[in-house]
Design a protein around this ligand. Structure first.
Ligand SMILES: *Cc1c(COP(=O)(O)O)cnc(C)c1O
Length: 221
């Protein structure tokens, strides 16, 4: 099932789009099934859960952290995380830098930008990003590789398209204007099971897909 689902998703992705298989809440066996179908990039949103899975699974897996990260949980993932998609405030950036410095790593991250209309989604505001860019230079142990955003939970394609477009515009502006401060800025992470086609139309080159690959999540287990 999982292998087939993966195959189906892959056929819909243009070549430049990286697929992050979102395996949060799913057991090791499910991840292994995807692994045996050549999937190497997985996304998790809980630090301890990700650490346990990292320890139990093959070491050529790239682990992407996609959830809200609390400062006191950074330590669980900092030695091995391949990309943190969800840096949503400067304090977190600061903390990641301190922890990365201690183990002499440069940790790749994305800045999460708030594009949805819902109040509760985390992230920098669109206009806030330009204000913080100059201060990003001081984080020697962090490599800022791009932006991440989540659309509003809605079927309104016009609204979603507008949200994704606003992030694409921001991404392109930063890429063009801040090459010195952000030399490796090339990832635009947007799109989930229900909206990734639209996200790709709006320039996404990294999609985070869970339920379409692994089936619906059960949080009551
Ligand atoms: C859970 C999650 C996803 C995947 O959601 P699906 O709808 O299952 O594809 C993507 N991004 C983030 C940040 C998530 O928390």
């Amino acid at each position: 099932m999982i292998a087939q689902n993966l195959q189906n998703v892959r056929t819909t992705l243009p070549q430049q789009v990286t697929l992050v298989a979102v395996s949060k809440t799913k057991p090791i066996e499910d991840i292994l099934e995807a692994y045996h179908a050549q999937q190497r990039v997985f996304g998790e949103n809980k630090a301890q859960e990700m650490k346990e899975k990292y320890e139990a699974l093959p070491k050529d897996i790239e682990w992407h952290f996609i959830g809200h990260l609390q400062s006191n949980k950074i330590k669980y993932i900092i030695p091995f995380v391949a990309l943190i998609h969800s840096v949503d405030c400067l304090d977190l950036l600061e903390e990641i830098n301190v922890k990365a410095q201690k183990i002499n790593r440069v940790v790749p991250v994305l800045l999460q930008v708030h594009i949805a209309q819902e109040e509760h989604k985390f992230g920098f505001k669109l206009n806030e990003i330009f204000e913080i860019i100059p201060s990003l230079q001081k984080y020697q142990n962090i490599q800022i590789k791009g932006l991440m955003g989540m659309g509003t939970f809605t079927n309104d394609q016009i609204q979603l398209g507008n949200e994704f477009n606003s992030l694409q515009v921001l991404f392109n502006k930063i890429k063009m204007s801040y090459n010195e401060i952000l030399p490796i800025f090339d990832i635009l992470s947007m799109g989930m099971s229900n909206d990734y086609a639209l996200a790709i139309q709006n320039g996404s080159n990294m999609v985070r897909i869970g339920s379409t690959i692994f089936g619906e999540r059960n949080y009551n287990k």
